[in-house]
Design a protein around this ligand. Sequence first.
Ligand code: NAI
Length: 472
Amino acid sequence: GSQPLRVACIGAGYVGGPTMAVIAAKTPPEAVQVRVLDLSAERIAAWNSERLPIYEPGLSELVFAARGRNLHFSTAIDDGIKWADIIFVAVNTPTKECGIGAGAAADLTYVELAARQIAAAADTPKIVVEKSTVPIRTAEALSAILEACGRTSFEILSNPEFLAEGTAVRDLCEPDRVLIGGDLKTERGRQALEALVELYAYWVPRERILTTNVWSSELSKLVANAFLAQRVSSINSISALCELSGAQIDEVARAVGLDRRIGPRFLQCSVGFGGSCFQKDILNLVYLCESFGLNVVADYWRSVIAINDWQKQRFTARILHSLYNTATNKKIAILGFAFKKDTADTRESAAIDVCGSLLQECAKLSIYDPQVPAEQIWSDLTRRCRRTRDELAAYVTLAATADEAAAGSHAIVILTEWDEFRTLDYSKMYKSMCRPAFLFDGRSVCDLKALSEIGFLCYAIGSPDDSRIQLR
Ligand code: NAI
């Protein structure tokens, strides 16, 4: 046809922004036009500025190239809905904080609001694509709302997003697979599905585009995240055993991962997984299992979260124990606050828990992260500690460099695997620290042997500590 395909996305967050930027970048402007819509005027203004609201390697180049050509960011949601042929819904779906299912079920408020807005504004047929991660059968609810409130016809597709923060652009450009769930039983359903397949086929090989029924697609996203998190908890559980037994976790992980049935990725032990998705999606799966009476299955997956919580506590307890069981008024340098490298995102970051626990011990924290904005750190810590910023300010300072954080401290604690932490001048930092100088590596970024030679007392997760080995 002569008309370009009009693609809108409700929600300009970590998923909506990068996904739409890649669609725009990978398609000719005469064939595809993209509008990204959000309630937040601040977010949209940032997407339209030189400083994008999220940090992802390679993202700004893509956005700057496509913006104004076939990529547009706007708060005019109703307009965008009317205009579009395909509408992605990529709004947030946090864990419910109160009511039935609090702490486990997904809060679908934003998804429902987006659906109602689509229903109210749309006056021509639309394909609505569920991009947010949702519990199974959400598409059914969406469809019911759209049918009941709308004036036109809607086809609902499920198209969960598998990108990982920090590598979002690469993941979107070269996805392992694209999953699209649709109603395969009706002609209109099949047509809608084909329209979305064709959009992805601009840059994704057809054999990597899977089509399934809607519920398989919705469930697959939860299961994928549960399996990934389960690998982290599995290796973390073994890291504790290594520390006590004299085995070395990286040696074990390598030996195990070379088995082709297991594979080497996601076998890196750490202070624990974070991010907005793993815990939320597992909780979601757990809730789903329980609601079907599958309590044994629910318990199995819940234990993945239990190990993760335990790993964070274990790490903090180890710090405290090493500091002669008191952290009171001791300066501790925290290196890294993001939940992983190459993102400024701190949602569910292990750093929040570790810092929160150290603050309960009245430690004085000096925090450095290369990307996370100061405001974010303050808001995470005030929320976690239930103290005001003024109250916390006596105990927390934000440092502009790792050196500044370390100066005068008793310990360095590494909580994010930023590349720059691998090449810091640790001997210089050592000279500026109190004695004995400790280093706790929660992300396996340091060469412990080299650091020990400098004089640090080191602890890395999963490395045996000679004084603690209990060989029988
Ligand atoms: P986010 O919080 O970064 O972005 C959501 C955006 O939606 C916000 O900017 C918010 O203002 C906007 N919004 C909410 N309700 C709206 C409405 N009714 N109309 C217009 N805008 C509205 O969330 P994020 O991280 O992008 O996640 C979105 C979904 O994608 C979630 O369901 C998440 O589970 C899923 N997901 C997230 C991944 C990640 O790495 N962050 C990866 C894969 C899936």
